[in-house]
Design a protein around this ligand. Structure first.
Ligand SMILES: [Zn+2]
Length: 219
């Protein structure tokens, strides 16, 4: 249990540094959280701290009401958003929130991302919906994200950015990376012609194949 928590904290720090380095967030924006295995507790990145300088001791552990149970830092200003999504999707193990450019462009246009690429469908589950507008850091944004999410593992926050859900921090981060790539490809495809959207039957088959057959046996 102790080892598992330490490993999760390491994954959160590694992912924060990676998403800052990859330009998926600018400055201290964006945030990451992960469920403490077997408990209704969550590791959350602190508010307004550079990912390059962040250490394990800067991470905060909160309960499902947002009360800090470990750590001296103030948790992310999007804590309510994270907790609402864990509450709505109990199997979620981690959540990553980025401000990546192409996903944000769709979110500013108020457009959802239709299912256009294999990896997007496999990881995000299909189309990525967009929320109604709600101000960053509010309970209203948390409600808007839960309302829009549906069965997707990702949601675009209107005029704001992207949230990815996964079983692990790595998977939630991969969801954000793949959705950003799909948003980029979709926007480019619309510029040169018309993006062909995958039909519902194909989306279901791709997702099912990914969940049951992808990867190495026993992994
Ligand atoms: Zn944000």
């Amino acid at each position: 249990m102790f080892q598992a928590l330490e490993k999760i904290k390491e994954q959160v720090l590694k992912t924060g540094a990676s998403m800052a380095g990859a330009g998926l967030v600018t400055g201290t924006w964006g945030n990451i959280s992960a469920r403490v295995p077997g408990k209704n507790l969550f590791v959350v990145t602190p508010s307004g701290m550079s990912y390059d300088l962040m250490e394990k001791a800067d991470l905060v552990i909160v309960d499902d009401t947002g009360r800090v149970v470990e750590g001296a830092r103030k948790p992310s200003t999007e804590l309510m958003l994270h907790l609402a999504l864990y509450n709505a999707r109990v199997q979620t193990g981690a959540i990553v929130h980025t401000h990546s450019i192409y996903a944000s462009a769709l979110a500013v246009a108020g457009k959802s991302l239709p299912p256009v690429l294999e990896d997007q469908v496999q990881l995000a589950g299909g189309a990525v919906p967009v929320t109604r507008y709600a101000r960053a850091g509010t309970a209203d944004l948390a409600s808007a994200a839960v309302e829009a999410l549906g069965q997707s593992n990702a949601v675009l926050l209107a005029n704001h950015g992207l949230v990815g859900l996964g079983r692990t921090v790595e998977e939630a981060y991969l969801v954000c990376q793949v959705v950003e790539k799909a948003a980029r490809v979709y926007i480019l495809a619309e510029l040169v012609g018309r993006a062909a959207v995958l039909p519902p039957g194909e989306v279901a088959l791709l997702r099912e194949a990914f969940l049951t057959c992808y990867g190495q046996p026993g992994k």
